[in-house]
Design a protein around this ligand. Structure first.
Ligand code: NAP
Length: 184
């Protein structure tokens, strides 16, 4: 994927990089990318996840990846110890405490707020409608206990196959992409 030489990377392949939330969706992809580029990765997890070590070591070798359990990332001593011999840190995890009971209240409020700028209103109302629609659906499920499993899927954004290829082509050739690889 990279068109620049590995010697140009800001951090030399073979160096150790710490990735927070290594078992997460994005975190595990970041680990995978780093390993494929030749980095050694230490990943933070909140509880033991032997499957994660097995997954990466089976593909990239026994010394490629190690997980370190840090239940509380605000613990300075534990985090310092995990960072002691790394050349870089990629902080991925989201510790904002989002739960299934977290809702986008700010946007719902903004949708009904007369002070919301007119040009921001349509998208704000659109987003708020998604929030309220999902909230109503979960409420209905809770009250009616239907004989099926309900799931809500919240896509970040979607592009068609053709559009996706066009975007990737543009992205691959962009200076921003080159720059981001230089900074790895
Ligand atoms: N997924 C996307 O499409 C997407 C797009 C853009 C941005 N992002 C951002 O990328 C980041 C990761 O998202 P994700 O989709 O990969 O989430 P995810 O799959 O839910 O992974 C979250 C990771 O963070 C850990 N974590 C959560 N709360 C924590 C806390 N209080 N202390 C320590 N670790 C904690 C989780 O550990 P446990 O497994 O132990 O809970 C897990 O390793 C988020 O900031 C998200 O906003 C995601």
């Amino acid at each position: 994927m990279a068109s620049i030489k590995k010697e140009q990377y800001a951090i030399a392949p073979g160096s150790r990089v710490l990735v927070t939330g290594a078992n997460g969706f994005i975190g595990s992809h970041v680990v995978q990318q780093l390993l494929s580029l030749g980095y050694v990765v230490r990943g933070t997890v909140r509880s033991q996840k032997p499957w994660l070590d097995e997954l990466f070591r089976s593909k990239y070798g026994p010394n490629s990846f190690e997980s370190v359990v840090i239940p509380d990332l605000s613990n300075y001593d534990t985090l310092s110890k995990a960072m002691r011999d790394v050349s870089g840190v990629i902080h991925v995890l989201d510790a904002n405490g989002m739960t299934v009971d977290t809702w986008n209240e700010a946007t719902v409020k903004a949708a009904f707020d007369e002070g919301t700028p007119a040009d921001a209103k349509p998208f704000t109302v659109y987003v708020a409608s998604k929030t309220e629609g999902e909230r109503a659906a979960w409420k209905w499920v809770k009250n009616n206990k239907p004989p099926f499993v309900f799931n809500a899927i919240l896509p970040y954004y979607t592009v068609s196959e053709r559009m996706g290829q066009a975007l990737m082509s543009l992205y691959n050739s962009s200076r921003a992409y080159q720059w981001s690889l230089n900074k790895i």
